[in-house]
Ligand binder design. Sequence first.
Ligand SMILES: Cc1cc2nc3c(=O)[nH]c(=O)nc-3n(C[C@H](O)[C@H](O)[C@H](O)COP(=O)(O)OP(=O)(O)OC[C@H]3O[C@@H](n4cnc5c(N)ncnc54)[C@H](O)[C@@H]3O)c2cc1C
Length: 436
Amino acid sequence: MPGIEKLGATLTQTSILDILALLDMMDKMTAVKESPTKLLVVGAGVIGLSVAWHCRDFFDEITLIDSDPDQAASLVAGGMLAPVTEAHFGEETLIAFNLSAAKLYPSFVQQLEASSNCCVGLQTTGTMCLGKNTSDLAQLTQLAKFQEKLGLNIKPLSASKAKEMEPLLSSRLAGGYLAMEDFIVEPIELCNALNIALLNNGVASIREEIVEISLEEPNLISAITSSNTVITGTHLCLASGSQIGRINFSFSSNRPLSGGKVANPQPAPENFPLPIRPVRGQIIRLRPQRFDSNSVNGLFTNHTVRAYVDGKHVYILSRHNGEVVVGATSEEQGYHKANTVEGIYELLKCAQDIIPSIRELEIVRLESGLRPASPDNFPIVGPLYSTNICIATGHYRNGILQAPITGSLVAKYFATGQIPLEIKPFSPERFQESAL
Ligand SMILES: Cc1cc2nc3c(=O)[nH]c(=O)nc-3n(C[C@H](O)[C@H](O)[C@H](O)COP(=O)(O)OP(=O)(O)OC[C@H]3O[C@@H](n4cnc5c(N)ncnc54)[C@H](O)[C@@H]3O)c2cc1C
């Protein structure tokens, strides 16, 4: 049974209500623990890893299943924890979720680094958002007004002040804004730390592709692999990112499914489970010439630099290993993951307008990943019809930021059987109404 301190660290604020909810959760967990429990997590990207991490104390056994973890979008991500600079018009619900997600990060990182003995590269110097010309700045200013109205911490930044803070910036920029509370982590290090911490906590990993999930009984879920092996568990979290739509379900149409046996499992409705689309993001990894990995003197830039360049968006991120990441495109090209001349050319052109000396860096490699996006661009997190099957996908451009909060809320659902308030707007069932 987890200690109160451990659970407490997953809550954003300690209030009487939180404590009462926590005690309730501990109570209900005793019931869950009466018979052996086994959680299957399909997908070992940042979301699946974080779910497994947050569930580690609640289950007798956890198995992570991934067909090819090297293909995860999580390994290509910029790693910006950006509730402010990612705050867009009409996304107030998502912004509130992102702000809560950001609050969890420092304690999440602290626990994870202690458990894995790995550094995940959290940088807390803040994010600059710059405009190349006056019309780019006008676009930024319009957004900044909206962000200020929501009470977000964003400050105007003159071009000269920005250059004073980041000497490599072009001297021809129009100015911008500073978001002091938008941080960054290094996603490859983060996933590595999660994998090590999970291994240290006895979580098993299997390399298999899941093609079908079948709910046999409320506490018996089968995950069937492409080689026809059946892996069973009492609970399952489906965190397979942009590929989620490729998994078939054999699922009873009788509701409610929880409590009592499920009679005659039937194929799911046609649009089941979720309308996730892949949104391709291309990035470029660069490093200074004559790069010596043993003697990294400092970061290329001290802040995360985001910019609008003739209406196009680019960011430049510095990694502790000396690498510089330029990203990212946003393209709807199905499951086609290749890097393209157009994508890479535009990114480099924009990055060079912001930091001219980018052109002196060496190219390490080009990469791309598929962001899992839902029709309303909100994540999809929650149980399917109150069963022990929980969905966690659709994190689109904020999956790194939202990983700890998603993991902690999925764990809360499994532990209590109650859907946490924070994920009610993100229920998978919001897309299922026509099928019910
Ligand atoms: C270029 C780029 C930049 C980004 N920048 C940021 C950023 O700065 N900040 C931020 O917060 N977010 C960012 N994101 C978004 C973020 O990366 C994603 O939202 C997040 O990685 C999604 O994580 P996931 O675990 O759901 O999916 P993934 O990381 O894609 O992992 C899914 C895993 O499931 C496995 N899988 C799929 N199907 C099956 C199956 N049938 N059986 C077994 N395994 C399966 C896959 O092999 C994969 O390993 C960026 C994304 C991209 C592409």
